[in-house]
Design a protein around this ligand. Structure first.
Ligand code: SF4
Length: 349
């Protein structure tokens, strides 16, 4: 049973770095206070009541958990130990920087119920990391992924396509390297320019041009397809809309509250576009969970096709896998896959 995540944003706490893109207070919507033991337990209890029997997973997002003072990490984890022992809490998830991961830290965290460590890899290109002020190398990320997995924990890699110096080719290479290093899952956070950051200053001065929404979607669909080909889940595309991001805080870049859907929709739209002829009447069958992706946000895919004279009906078919569709016309019936039946070139981005 998929666990219910109980999120805690720990803001900029513990991080001595200033990455050019980062304003943790904006991202987390928090001014930096860490939750007390009472607050931790109260929120877990509130979520347990609504979880309808599903297991809970506490997630400490934001900041760099393993860079917090040792006593602070203990103060966040110890109150949760009785819940773990009673089976009310299945696991704890943290996010942190790759250069704050080593055997000792991972052993200590694992002994306190941490099962998933998400690493702010961002890029696996040293020149991109340097231009973004990350303060660690690509090798540190590769080692951190290996270290987490060596202790039997899951390692997630957060990647930020579109950082300073990044190109579509280097973004794809970073993804491939993260997967080769053993990342269990990926989060794609295309770079956005947040008010008050160094990146905002560079953007205002014309020294940084972010990926816009269109190019970001074009790049992310290729990255998503590549991850799917490797069997590595992409569990999130785009920063959470409810994390203090809005038209005032996001100055530029690839951000949309439904970015993940836009990216998946583009894959299905490309597939239909390729295999349905102009002026035809067609029915597309898809997995029920993919209906809205196939139709597109605000029926965008259907509208684009209607401009080509295509009349499309979309129906659910639970026998299909999520990545497949069946296209039926008067003349033919064929199954197509967004993983295997589309080949992209980076020049399209
Ligand atoms: S390491 Fe993380 S929390 Fe620290 S400045 Fe960079 S992005 Fe922000």
């Amino acid at each position: 049973m998929k666990p219910v995540t109980v999120p805690f944003f720990i803001s900029h706490q513990g991080c001595p770095h200033t990455c050019v893109f980062c304003d943790q207070r904006t991202i987390s919507g928090s001014q930096g206070a860490l939750p007390t033991a009472e607050q931790l337990l109260a929120r877990c209890e509130a979520w347990r009541v609504t979880a309808a029997g599903r297991p809970l997973e506490v997630a400490f997002f934001g900041g760099s958990f393993s860079a917090l003072p040792h006593g602070t990490q203990a103060a966040l984890l110890e109150p949760l130990q009785p819940l773990l022992k009673r089976g009310e809490l299945a696991a704890i998830r943290i996010s942190t920087r790759p250069d704050y991961i080593d055997d000792q830290r991972v052993e200590w965290l694992a002994a306190r119920g941490v099962r998933i460590i998400e690493l702010g890899v961002q890029s696996l290109d040293d020149s991109v990391l340097a231009a973004s002020g990350r303060g660690h190398t690509a090798a540190a990320s590769v080692q951190a992924i290996a270290c987490v997995r060596a202790h039997g924990l899951q390692a997630g890699a957060q990647l930020m396509p579109g950082l300073p110096g990044d190109t579509p080719v280097s973004a794809l290479e970073s993804l491939k390297r993260a997967i080769t290093a053993g990342a269990d899952f990926i989060r794609l956070y295309p770079t956005v320019v947040l008010r008050g950051t160094e990146l905002a200053r560079r953007y205002a001065g014309g020294d940084f041009v972010p990926l816009d929404l269109g190019r970001g979607i074009a790049l992310c669909k290729i990255l998503l397809q590549q991850a799917m080909r490797s069997g590595t889940p992409v569990i999130r595309i785009g920063l959470q809309a409810d994390a203090g991001l809005n038209n005032d805080t996001v100055l530029a870049g690839c951000w949309h509250p439904a970015l993940g859907q836009l990216v998946r929709s583009q894959l299905y739209a490309d597939l239909i576009d390729r295999f349905v002829a102009d002026g035809s009447h067609a029915t597309v069958l898809c997995h029920p969970a993919r209906l809205s992706d196939v139709i597109g946000l605000k029926r965008s895919t259907l509208e684009v096709l209607s401009r080509r004279g295509v009349q499309l009906r979309v129906s659910p078919d639970a026998s299909l896998v999520k990545e497949e569709i069946t296209i039926k016309t008067n003349q033919s019936c064929s199954s197509r896959s967004i993983i295997y039946d589309l080949n992209y070139s980076m020049y399209e981005v």
